[in-house]
Design a binder for this molecule. Sequence first.
Ligand SMILES: [Zn+2]
Length: 312
Amino acid sequence: MRSLITRPRALAVMLAGAALTFSPLGGQATAQLPVDQLDDCFVPPASAAAKGGHGPDTRDVSATEQKAIEARTAQILKAKAARGIGVPQGALAAANVPVYFHVMRDAAGNGDVTDSQITQQMAVLNKTFAGQESSAASNTGFTFSLAGTFRYNNNNWHKDKQSSTYRKQTRKGGANALNIWLVDFSYLGIATFPWDYPRNPGIDGIRVHFDSLPGGSIANYNLGETATHEAGHWFGLYHTFQGGCTSTNDGVGDTPAQSSSTNGCPEGRDSCSLPGLDPIHNYMDYSYDSCYNQFTPGQSTRISDMWTAYRA
Ligand SMILES: [Zn+2]
């Protein structure tokens, strides 16, 4: 749920008129554009009012559902603790996560990434989840190992069409495996949440724009931190602007509330009267890749709980 539309480039808006998601017409129109022309479609960041544009399988979680998810998760953790599953209270879970890349190229081979880019992306995941980009960052305790890279040539899959079908056909591993599908769509990335895994395991994982990997062509978003952001959702984190200026907010105590997503890297942004400046350096905001540098201790705790409840 890191949207290109709300941020720098609004391909669907430019080509299809106004739609926040691809219409079939818009999809065909962009599919016919050579890759180098796509770069010409970059537009200045949209206003905060343009927020929205979630993909077909990415859903908003209302405050009511958010509460229900918290309650269910607490029940699962309690039941698991009673059976001796998980870490002792107060300790944090840690694991090495197997990562599978699925490179969805079109029939002509467009949309490929090099093995070196995948190696660099893995390094970014390990660096960011280890808290190595800032002294204020938390080490989540999670590491990542490349378990496999698969390449496909399919025009529909490349454009993220039939995504439920292609994910079910290609997904590898169990609940603990992070599957990353690299596609060409109007978003930077889209993710599934861990609490949805039991209901729909076949589509679990993250879809990421192939040009957001290190060395990719999307200006300001090509340091590989979109995958970090989407993996954050996959571990159960909400956006830091979830719920806007409310005390519930993202369910994490040490990420101050913010009214809306951040564009760029506006130091000192303070969009809510609640305590604290906006967490613009947090991986779960929408800031530039170069602006990102941290998960917080509270997010590490939430990741640990969600992992134990749904992925361990
Ligand atoms: Zn997101």
